[in-house]
Design a protein. Structure first.
Length: 428
């Protein structure tokens, strides 16, 4: 049935359009059912920490008598041939991440029977928030299973790449009742590229960046060095090291050994944080083997002027001095810090790689084509403080990244949900 539904939705266009209209009608009905409900049960589905963007939405709901939010942790990439050991290590890492926030959670698995529960039957949530739109998960956690619930989604990275099919044309992204987007420009992308023509998309601002906008947030210093004389630089390589991905961004295989040499060269001046994409480790194990991969990660964890960061990165960003990366989502997100950033170039031309918004973000970056460019950035911009792009970054922030409608993203999201519930016009 899971495969059959996909065949219907992707190969027969008129039926696909019908299913989208039907999903929108069901979202209206699900919202209408919640009018006047004393307590609304809200499930946030989560696989890996890096995909969690709901901190402020969850916290606002947690403080409200109207909502009962909880997190459901389940396995990521169940069908990508990752070992059971690696899958469960990731689940436990996600559990530690959720615990650190004091959020209520459940891991709905009977390990003795090896069976993952269907939370629609056991918990029956009213609203379901998703963190991944992909189909490489167990069917009971995919959007199909929650057709009669109000379903919500936000991309797990600030959408900067021109991956319109990935971000706006996937089956799930067109079936969610509400897809919250970053800016009016992103809504225009949805209207142009999504099969739903943007009908289920709502501009709210990006909840994953609210921490940078929150003036009351007291960020803990997660950097292991407390030496005020040491600069703090993040290296965040992407996971696309092979040719099987839709987009090729990662420069990891070009720099993995050279970055160790750079860390040694600046051991008295710069503390480095190795912040790999969470899928990079899976890919490296398949390419290098487990022993070599673990040994490489261990080097960054144990060198005197470096640390390994595999969980959340917001506080890492806030207390950093600069970043080196080749990611899509970080391209805009790091600019919220207003600090200098260098993009590690895998290709000569990125004009087609980024969407219109992403190109504006990309223009705020220094570019590295080789190790010499990285050394220049570290010497001149990071250590000497000669940062000619500073004024441009600050102007970009004021024009494009300031809070949408003067409100925090979490405020806009909850307001949009309540408007959906209160204005639902479907008669039950």
């Amino acid at each position: 049935m899971f495969a059959y539904k996909d065949a219907l939705r992707t190969r027969i266009s008129f039926l696909y359009r019908h299913m989208i209209r039907n999903a929108q009608e069901k979202a209206e009905k699900a919202a209408a059912k919640l009018k006047g409900k004393e307590v609304i049960e809200v499930a946030f589905l989560l696989t890996i920490p890096g995909m969690w963007k709901w901190d402020y939405v969850f916290s606002r709901m947690q403080k409200s008598k109207k909502y009962h939010p909880y997190i459901v942790i389940y396995p990521y990439s169940q069908f990508k041939n990752f070992s059971d050991h690696e899958i469960w290590e990731t689940i436990y890492r996600t559990e530690r991440f959720v615990k650190s926030r004091g959020f209520e959670y459940i891991i709905p698995c009977d390990k003795e029977k090896g069976k993952w529960e269907d939370i629609k039957k056991t918990l029956n949530p009213d609203i379901v928030f998703f963190t991944t739109p992909y189909r490489d998960i167990l069917p009971q956690y995919y959007v199909y299973n929650f057709a009669d619930k109000l379903t919500c989604y936000v991309a797990y990275g600030f959408v900067s790449l021109s991956l319109y099919a990935l971000n706006y044309q996937q089956i799930a992204t067109n079936l969610y009742g509400m897809y919250f987007v970053e800016t009016p420009m992103h809504l225009d992308f949805a209207k142009k590229y999504a099969a739903s023509k943007g009908a289920n998309f709502v501009v709210t601002g990006y909840p994953g960046t609210e921490v940078y906008l929150d003036k009351e947030y007291k960020s803990p210093d997660v950097w292991e060095t407390k030496n005020a004389q040491m600069k703090r630089v993040i290296w965040a390589p992407h996971h696309t090291i092979d040719g099987a991905d839709d987009v090729q961004l990662s420069t990891f295989l070009d720099y993995y050994d050279k970055m160790l040499e750079i860390a040694e060269r600046y051991k008295d001046k710069i503390h480095f944080a190795f912040k790999p994409h969470q899928l990079l480790k899976f890919k490296l194990i398949q390419l290098w083997g487990e022993d070599r991969t673990i040994a490489y990660y261990k080097q960054w964890e144990t060198m005197e002027n470096s640390q390994l960061e595999e969980a959340d990165y917001k506080d890492l960003f806030i207390h950093s001095d600069a970043i080196l990366h080749d990611c899509g989502g970080f391209t805009t997100e790091y600019l919220f810090t207003k600090k200098p950033a260098m993009y590690l170039m895998r290709h000569e031309n990125y004009d087609d790689m980024f969407n219109d918004f992403g190109r504006l973000s990309f223009q705020q970056y220094y570019k590295a084509h080789n190790v010499d460019d990285i050394i220049w950035f570290l010497e001149e911009v990071v250590l000497k403080g000669d940062d000619p792009m500073k004024a441009s970054r600050e102007k970009f922030f004021a024009q494009y990244l300031a809070p949408y409608n003067g409100k925090m993203p979490s405020e806009n999201i909850i307001e949009a949900i309540e408007n959906k519930i209160n204005n639902a016009h479907i008669k039950l």
